[in-house]
Design a protein around this ligand. Structure first.
Ligand SMILES: Cc1ncc(COP(=O)(O)O)c(C=O)c1O
Length: 452
C-alpha cells in the first residue's frame, strides 16, 4: 500500500455537488484528526471500492441458488465466496453473512433460539454489555424476552459467581458473552461451564474483538460457543455489516441450528441482502487471512497496552486498571461526576475523537457520563505504533488538565446551558487549538489505511 493512497476522497472535480463535497469534508476530518473510538476502523481501498459497485443495484432475497429473483448468478458466487472464506478463517461449519448489522444479527439469533417471554442473560450495559444483550424496557431484547442482566465484581471484571447464581436461579435458555465497553478478555470457557450447568445456549458476541481473535490475541470462542455473532466493521476491518457463525458444538446439539439461524435472518427479520456489503465481507475475509493482518492485531494490542500504561503513568485512572483488548475506559470521577461530555468535546476540539461512556457504577447519567472509551484499531490501521501512543497519551492528559475545572452543575436544569457555554469556550481555547495543530502535523504523516 502506497503511503499517499487515500481511500475516501470522491470526485475531486465535482465539489459543487453537496453530497460529494460533504464526503470530501468527512474524509478530511478523518485524515486530519486521530480517531480513538474502539468500534471504528478504516477500511482498505479494496473494501471501499466494492461498496460503491453495481452490486447495490441488485435484489437477491433468499440464499445462494435459492433466490426469489433472477439474475443472481454472480451475486450467488460472491455470497458463497464470502461464506467459504469466513468458514475457513474461523473453522466453523456454517455461516450467515446477510445480517444488515450487529443489532439485527443479535435479534435474529435471539428469535431463532428463544420464544417470546423466554429467559436470556447478558452483561448489563453499565458493565460494558450491548443494548441487544437484553437491556431492559427500551430494546426489543429486553421487551420481548425475560432478560436477566449480570454485572462486574469490585475489580471491574465479569462477576462469574453472580453469573452462575443468576443462571441457577433463572434457568436462562440463552447466555450471551459479549462486550462493547468491557476492556478485558472474555473467558468463554467459564461461560460454557455455566451454560452447560443449566442447559443454555451460549452466544459469543465478539463484534469488538473479532480481529483480535483472528490474530490470536484473544481467546477464540469457537470451541466453546454454539453461535458466534460479529459485526464486520470493527476490529475485523470490513464493511458495515455482520455475520453469524454456527459452531460444530452448536450443530451437535441441534443439527438444524444453521437452518434456524438462516430462517430467522431471512425471511423472519430481513429482506434482500446488501450484496455490496457481502462482497466487502469476502474481501475483508481474504485480507484477514493474510500474515499482515496478524501483525495488525498484534500491534492493536501492543498499542492499547502502551496507551493504557502511559495514561496511567501520567496520572489518569482507567476502569479496572488497564486493558486486555483494544479498548480501555478512562474514569474521570477523580475530577468530579459527569465529566465525560466536557472531556470528549475538548478532545474533539484538540483533534482527537473518542466517545463519552458510562463507567461501572456510574454516579451521573448516560447522557452526562463520567468516562471516555478509547481504543486503538483506527490508529493502528494508519500505521501508528508505541511511540505515537505515548504522544497521544500526553495530549489526552493535557486536554483533561485543561478542562478538569469545568464541573457539571448538580442542578439538572442548568446543565444544558452550561454545556452550550462550555462548547463555545472550548472551540476558542488556545491550548486545545495548539494541541490540534500538533495532532494534525502527526496525522498528516499517516494515511488512513496501511498494511505496514
Ligand atoms: C458487542 C456488540 N454487539 C452488537 C453491536 C451492534 O452493532 P450495530 O451497531 O452494527 O448494530 C455492537 C455495536 O456497537 C457491539 O459492540
Amino acid at each position: 500500500m502506497k503511503k499517499d493512497k487515500v481511500n475516501c476522497k470522491t470526485r475531486e472535480d465535482d465539489l459543487g455537488h453537496i453530497v460529494f463535497s460533504l464526503i470530501n469534508k468527512e474524509c478530511d476530518r478523518q485524515t486530519k484528526m486521530i480517531g480513538l473510538i474502539p468500534s471504528e476502523n478504516h477500511i482498505s481501498p479494496e473494501v471501499s471500492e466494492v461498496l460503491s459497485s453495481c452490486l447495490s443495484s441488485k435484489y437477491a432475497e433468499g440464499y445462494p441458488h435459492r433466490r426469489y429473483y433472477e439474475g443472481n448468478q454472480f451475486v450467488d458466487e460472491i455470497e458463497v465466496l464470502a461464506q467459504e472464506r469466513i468458514k475457513k478463517l474461523f473453522g466453523v461449519p456454517h455461516v450467515n453473512v446477510q445480517p444488515y448489522s450487529g443489532s439485527p444479527a443479535n435479534g435474529a439469533i435471539e428469535f431463532a433460539l428463544l420464544e417470546p417471554g423466554d429467559t436470556m442473560m447478558g452483561l448489563a450495559l453499565s458493565g460494558g454489555g450491548h443494548l441487544t444483550h437484553g437491556h431492559p424496557k427500551v430494546t426489543f431484547s429486553g421487551k420481548y424476552f425475560n432478560s436477566v442482566q449480570y454485572g462486574l465484581d469490585e475489580n471491574a471484571r465479569i462477576d462469574f459467581e453472580q453469573v452462575r447464581e443468576l443462571a441457577l436461579k433463572h434457568k436462562p435458555k440463552l447466555i450471551i458473552a459479549g462486550n462493547t465497553a468491557y476492556p478485558f478478555e472474555l473467558d468463554f470457557a467459564k461461560f460454557r461451564e455455566i451454560a452447560d450447568e443449566v442447559g443454555a445456549w451460549l452466544l459469543a458476541d465478539i463484534s469488538h474483538v473479532t480481529g483480535l481473535v483472528v490474530a490470536e490475541e484473544h481467546l477464540s470462542p469457537v470451541p466453546f460457543a454454539d453461535v458466534i455473532m460479529s459485526t464486520t466493521h470493527k476490529t475485523f476491518r470490513g464493511p458495515r455489516g455482520a455475520m453469524i457463525l454456527v459452531t460444530q458444538k452448536g450443530l451437535d446439539r441441534d443439527p438444524d441450528l444453521g437452518k434456524k439461524i438462516d430462517k430467522a435472518v431471512f425471511p423472519a427479520l430481513q429482506g434482500g441482502p446488501h450484496n455490496a456489503t457481502t462482497a466487502g465481507i469476502a474481501i475483508a475475509a481474504e485480507e484477514a487471512a493474510r500474515p499482515e493482518f496478524k501483525k495488525y492485531g498484534q500491534q492493536v494490542r501492543k498499542n492499547a497496552d502502551v496507551l493504557a500504561a502511559s495514561l496511567q503513568e501520567k496520572g489518569l485512572k482507567l476502569v479496572g486498571g488497564g486493558t486486555e483488548t483494544h479498548l480501555m475506559l478512562l474514569d474521570l470521577t477523580p475530577y468530579g461526576e459527569g465529566m465525560g461530555l466536557q472531556v470528549a468535546f475538548a478532545m474533539d476540539v484538540a483533534g482527537l475523537y473518542a466517545n463519552r461512556n458510562t463507567i461501572p457504577h456510574e454516579p451521573c447519567s448516560p447522557f452526562y457520563p463520567s468516562g471516555i472509551r478509547l481504543g486503538t484499531p483506527l490508529v493502528t490501521s494508519r500505521g501508528m505504533k508505541e511511540k505515537e501512543m505515548e504522544q497521544i497519551a500526553d495530549w489526552i492528559v493535557a486536554v483533561v488538565d485543561e478542562v478538569k475545572g469545568e464541573q457539571l452543575p448538580s442542578d439538572k436544569k442548568e446543565r444544558r446551558q452550561f454545556i452550550k457555554d462550555f462548547r463555545v469556550k472550548a472551540l476558542k481555547n488556545e491550548k486545545l487549538l495548539a494541541i490540534r495543530h500538533e495532532v494534525e502535523t502527526l496525522a498528516e504523516k499517516y494515511p488512513l489505511f496501511t498494511w505496514e
